[in-house]
Write a protein that binds this ligand. Sequence first.
Ligand SMILES: [Zn+2]
Length: 127
Amino acid sequence: MQHGKFGTAINCMDGRVQEPTIKWLKQKYDFDYIDTITEPGPDKMLSQGRPEQVESIKSRVFISVNKHGSDTIFMAAHYDCAGDPVSKEEHLKQLRECLKIIRSWNLPVKNIIGAWIDESWTVEVIE
Ligand SMILES: [Zn+2]
């Protein structure tokens, strides 16, 4: 059984975004642990990736929700993303598409959050 309160983050593999994300989520939602699913440019991978890439992200989110009881899915896009080098506007478009996809999974969670992590590594909630 899980001990403690878990949240789930779908984030870039970029080392610059991990700590700001974990800190922000712990402060905002009082989590003990954040399960982190990382990809290079996850917003592009989830919104435009091959079916098996989408399935891979989905299956890891399901483990976090079903085995750890996470009630919050946090999905981020970020500034200067090497895995998805597009404009902020394009990132936000992809991010919104990702949120639609995550909602379509019908997970038993309370929160699905989309965020932008900016050039000073600050988390900004988009949706
Ligand atoms: Zn990135």
